[in-house]
Design a protein around this ligand. Structure first.
Ligand code: KG4
Ligand code: ZN
Length: 338
């Protein structure tokens, strides 16, 4: 089964062709980073207009690279929630038009489900149940999955997302956008113990809070005025984020008695997070899965992968399918819907 995946929820216009949920025949990602860099963040209307310009050429390139004609596609998958509404509409409109013209199934995918399912592209035989840490520019969630398509939220951020903290602290340090990869690189040459930045402890909860850390970094940089090396600041900040992400995820894994944890989302590309999660989990006898870094950040192959596994479970949408700027991935365990 060949699925055409489409993703336009933020600042990447992406299309991919994935076979049987496991073989990536193509995964074209047109980044708009250059366009938004001068604003230090994404400008939604600029992103929407760029998606309109890029969507058809990107889909064509994905088909060409996969060596496949549009008629040879068996289903169309598209990320329809959550995201920038104007940006999502571009991908969803294209997906609806193609599915309708070809009379093929249309499958809507939640952005975070896409991130989680990027793990199945690297290893299609991952067994349930597991706990997944999903960390991106907009979300930081700990998700328990007992089976395909069921998502129970065990913890989430109460303020900034992890990626947002990377981006905002990078801006305070006078670095570029997006901040995550820049801090990751600088931190390689820094001392993670140089500055003791705060780690939020939210009682017995698995929730995160990064706003106090962000404020501490902004204050430190203003006070320090260059006395401490930028590499040490980057490494110490990164360590503070990663320590909490790993600790809460492994606590969730122990609470749920799972033998495997997954990491997903743009921040899952972070080298310190990947390293520390593996080290700590292995010492507890817990296996760790992570997509290759290129599949952690936004891409359309993840949409096609999620669609494949959920289509097999009977998930299918029609032309009336809508877009949503916000929508929780699943129920918060022990609480009403988020
Ligand atoms: O999932 P993603 O591509 O887009 C969203 O859904 O938000 O994640 C983007 C976020 C940005 O905040 C970016 O700074 C962060 O992921 N990121 C990283 C790394 N690569 C991307 N954060 C830390 N280390 C990285 N290597
Ligand atoms: Zn994302």
């Amino acid at each position: 089964m060949r699925i055409l995946g489409i993703e336009t929820s933020c600042d990447e216009t992406s299309a991919a062709v994935v076979e049987d949920g496991r073989s990536i025949l193509s995964n074209v990602v047109a980044s708009q980073i250059d366009l938004h860099q001068k604003y230090g963040g994404i400008v939604p209307e600029v992103a929407s207009r760029k998606h309109v310009e890029l969507i058809l050429p990107v889909i064509q390139e994905a088909l060409d690279e996969a060596g496949c004609r549009l008629e040879e596609i068996d289903a169309v998958a598209v990320i329809n929630r959550p995201g920038l509404i104007g940006a999502l509409i571009v991908g969803v409109s294209a997906a609806k038009a193609i599915a309708c013209a070809l009379d093929k199934p249309l499958i809507a995918v939640h952005h975070l489900a896409g991130h989680i399912y990027a793990n199945f592209l690297a290893d299609p035989d991952i067994e349930f149940p597991f706990v997944c840490l999903v960390v991106s520019g907009g979300h930081s969630d700990i998700v328990y999955m007992p089976e395909h398509g069921t998502y129970r939220i065990l913890g989430r951020t109460r303020d900034d997302a992890a990626g947002e903290a990377f981006d905002k602290c990078a801006r305070a340090m006078g670095l570029g956008y997006p901040g995550g990869p820049i801090i990751d690189k600088l931190a390689e040459k820094g001392n993670p113990q140089a500055i003791k930045f705060p780690r939020a402890n939210l009682g017995g909860s698995l929730d995160f809070s990064f706003s106090g850390l962000k404020t501490a970094v902004i204050r430190f940089v203003a006070r320090d005025a260059g006395a401490t090396s930028i590499e040490d600041v980057a490494a110490s900040f990164q360590q503070a984020v990663v320590d909490v992400l790993v600790e809460n995820t492994l606590k969730a894994a122990r609470d749920k008695a799972v033998r495997r944890v997954l990491i997903a989302g743009g921040v899952a590309a972070n080298s310190a997070l990947r390293r520390l999660m593996r080290e700590r989990a292995e010492s507890l006898g817990i296996a760790v899965s992570a997509p290759p870094p290129g599949l952690c950040t936004d891409n359309a192959a993840m949409a096609a992968a999620a669609a494949h596994f959920n289509y097999e479970e009977g998930v299918k949408d029609g032309p009336r399918m809508d877009t949503f700027a916000t929508e929780a991935l699943g129920e918060r365990e022990g609480m009403s819907r988020l």
